[in-house]
Design a protein around this ligand. Structure first.
Ligand code: GLN
Length: 249
């Protein structure tokens, strides 16, 4: 495996792809290319078999309750065990909304359907009639790079983390995990789970680079990404934070 080529898996690209989540893959690729690094993207859909041990980074987008229910049988055909093993092996994962919920124990939809998910992380999700919708912002914890992230959320699910499970960050504006405990997302092993669509990465370059570095560092602990001129991206980020939180962060 080349040290400069990152192997990225896009899991369920056709079923879990809400609100431009695919743009996160483009962002990963482009920010690597701007530094003379490469990404090889492998799409893994329902019914495909994949060797998760060969990937550095696994991306899972969001989907509606219907798509999540459709995926249950595919997960049970072996991907559940393989994904869990990849996570325990320290593979880097970015999972958005429905993809994030899928890593937990279960999701009970607002109309009472119980989706038993893969249980890779001790968290669960309960659907409510009232959705959390809108632009939102959160501050990542130190272990997740500490940057301020701004994105868009639209979910009925309220997610609750098990005891000792760390959130990705703390809410500055919006709902986040459940609209009540001030947490957003999850940070477990090298997994970054978030409710942030958008796509989230293009206007949050620091967060994107933190995830990329996490993936490279599993192979080489001294790896650092060279800085880029992010003036345009930062301007987009700062403008949105100002609009959503009311001040520049
Ligand atoms: N179906 C889930 C919910 O509404 C996830 C939605 C999403 O991925 N945007 O909670």
């Amino acid at each position: 495996m080349s040290t400069t080529k990152l192997q990225i898996c896009h899991l369920y690209p056709d079923l879990l792809n809400l609100y431009g989540d695919r743009g996160n893959i483009l962002c990963f690729r482009r920010r690597l290319e701007w530094r003379g690094l490469e990404a090889e993207i492998t799409e893994v859909g329902a019914g495909d078999t994949a060797d998760f041990t060969r990937f550095d980074l696994i991306f899972i987008g969001g989907g509606q309750d219907f798509e999540q229910e459709v995926l249950l049988s595919d997960l049970r055909s072996g991907k559940d065990r393989e994904l869990k093993a990849a996570i325990e092996d320290g593979k880097t994962v970015l999972a958005i909304c429905g993809g994030y919920q899928m890593l937990g124990n279960y999701y009970k939809t607002w109309d009472g359907q119980q989706c038993d998910f893969i249980g890779a992380i001790d968290l669960y999700t309960i659907g409510s009639r009232e959705r959390m919708i809108g632009n939102f912002a959160f501050e990542c914890g130190a272990a997740s790079g500490g940057s301020t992230v701004v994105g868009f959320e639209n979910h009925s699910g309220k997610t609750y983390l098990g005891a000792g499970v760390e959130p990705l960050g703390r809410i500055l504006a919006g709902g986040g995990n459940n609209g009540s405990d001030g947490t957003e997302g999850v940070r477990y092993m090298n997994v970054f789970g978030t409710y942030s669509h958008g796509p989230v990465l293009p206007k949050n370059p620091e967060f994107c680079d933190h995830i990329l570095e996490t993936a490279f560092r599993r192979r080489d602990d001294s790896f650092r990404l060279p800085p880029l001129d992010d003036a345009v991206e930062r301007a987009a980020h700062d403008a949105m934070v100002k609009r959503v939180v009311g001040q520049s962060k």
